[in-house]
Ligand binder design. Structure first.
Ligand code: P71
Length: 455
């Protein structure tokens, strides 16, 4: 089926010459984060905050209440979270990492703690480590293999969870952290069955479960499509059941809620809520706005309801699949199954002549920009950073380039262009050279690192 919407507002884009793109990437230190968006033709850097809002969202923004306290927009925001996800209490934050800072870093994690999670995410790992904790990857092994076709590659391996409790001691585990549609694994879903088993495990061990729901709506779609007993349920019903297995969540609304800015912590425990709300006041903004304007809140409230619509999700994930299948059919190595928000190129396979110490994913992202003006994001050794003790580079199994599709922004002819560009690059892949780092900040280095071609 075609997209369940038509386009009312457009934004022109332009393609620089090849020479121009060569200059721009050199000036950017071969890091696509450092490019100006005006120099990018098709921007697949991220799906975060880059979606196109609907007429309903823009109209709701005009009705926003910008009062400092007791604003109506805050009540409507909280009502939408309760209705769509079922959490009783909501702390407003400007985006996901502020929610992680408050809930993980300032409230739950103590020095020496271990936090099990189905694969790391950069900002989540940062806030757990900044509080003196260690993130322990408990995702199933299949998730680390780009070719494995497991339908729920985001699942937690319950044995790894048991082993961690045995090894670290149950008191050293402040919470179990479960990400929906695991970003770093390729946008891979967690099954309802797995969520139920995590809940049982948590209850047996007296632990709370916190979800990262920034892509939980896309996860709900995969459950509907792939898990026995869910095909007749709506994604909205599925999402409510998913969230019922958790005690709380953090959300970057910039993803599934299709807004440019916003986030929150959802909780069911009033005492935990009280703590987080007070921290929110100290770190992000008073309790009725938490770093958002009233219009941001109205956009989120409307977006939460639009983002969980079955027809929208089918078209959204259908577009990601359309791009992935075009690449796969041409033999380009991508992570399988195709995920919810992005297609991930397997840079280790794509550029098998470049050692991981020369950052093949970063080199591939830079070359793709020069070739076609398409901006993608490195998700490999540069993102993984360095070992805090030894200072050595961490070399993750997955060395990927993420082609992240913004929601409701590009058409399938843009996807055709992207696919053709990558297929032609794949044919002359042997010409691509590796990179060496010439500058990097201490933490979250991928945002600002600079490179030069390796000799
Ligand atoms: C994405 C982002 C945005 C991003 C963040 C860090 C580096 C590069 C790009 C943000 C997430 C996320 C998950 C699973 C928490 C956050 C933080 N993703 N959890 O994928 O994917 O949310 O950006 O609103 O602070 O491009 P925030």
């Amino acid at each position: 089926m075609p997209e369940p919407y038509r386009i009312k507002v457009v934004e022109p884009i332009q393609l620089l010459t090849r020479k121009g793109r060569e200059n721009k990437i050199r000036e950017a230190g071969y890091n696509t984060f450092n490019l100006k968006s005006a120099d990018v033709y098709i921007d697949l850097l991220t799906d975060s905050g880059t979606g196109a809002m609907s007429t309903l969202q823009w109209a709701a923004m005009m009705l926003a209440d910008e009062a400092y306290s007791g604003r109506e927009s805050c009540l409507r925001f909280k009502k939408a979270v309760q209705e769509v996800m079922g959490y009783n209490y909501v702390v407003l934050t400007n985006q996901g990492r502020a929610a992680e800072h408050i809930l993980y870093g300032k409230t739950l994690v103590r020095p020496g703690d271990y936090v099990p999670r189905n694969m790391y995410f950069t900002t989540s790992k940062f806030h757990i480590e900044a509080a003196g904790g260690t993130l322990v990857d408990v995702i199933i092994d299949e998730a680390h293999d780009p070719q494995n076709n497991h339908p729920f590659k985001g699942n937690v391996d319950l044995k790894k969870l048991h082993d961690l409790v045995d090894r670290a001691g149950v008191d050293k585990i402040p919470f179990i952290n479960v990400e929906m549609n695991v970003n770093m694994a390729g946008g891979q879903p967690v099954s309802m069955e797995n969520l139920r088993r995590i809940r049982e495990f948590a209850d047996k061990n007296g632990k709370i479960v916190i979800f990262d729901v920034c892509r939980a709506m896309e996860n709900a779609f995969f459950i509907k499509e792939r898990e026995l007993g869910y095909s007749e349920k709506s994604c909205a019903q599925i999402l409510l059941e998913m969230c019922s297995y958790s005690d709380g969540c953090i959300m970057s609304a910039k993803k599934d809620a299709i807004v440019n800015m916003g986030g929150f912590i959802g909780l069911n425990d009033p005492a935990l809520f009280e703590k987080c709300e007070n921290l929110g006041i100290e770190y992000v903004g008073s309790k009725d706005y938490g770093g958002m304007s009233g219009r941001d809140m109205e956009a989120v409230a409307a977006g939460l309801r639009e983002g969980i619509d079955d027809k929208y999700l089918a078209s959204r994930i259908g577009q990601v699949r359309y791009l992935g299948e075009s690449l796969s059919k041409a033999g380009v190595p991508i992570v399988k199954p195709i995920g919810g928000h992005a297609v991930y190129l397997d840079a280790k396979k794509f550029l098998s002549h470049i050692p991981q110490s020369q950052f093949p994913a970063e080199a591939l992202a830079a070359t793709l920009y020069v070739d076609s003006g398409v901006r993608s994001m490195e998700r490999g050794a540069v993102s993984a950073g360095r070992n805090k003790q030894t200072g050595e580079n961490i070399y993750p199994k997955l060395e990927l380039v993420r082609l992240t599709i913004p929601r409701r922004v590009y058409t399938n002819s843009h996807m055709d262009y992207v696919a053709e560009s990558i297929i032609s690059l794949y044919k002359h892949r042997d010409d691509v050279k590796g990179l060496k780092i010439i500058y990097e900040p201490k933490d979250l280095r991928f945002f600002k690192a600079r490179f030069e071609p390796a000799e």
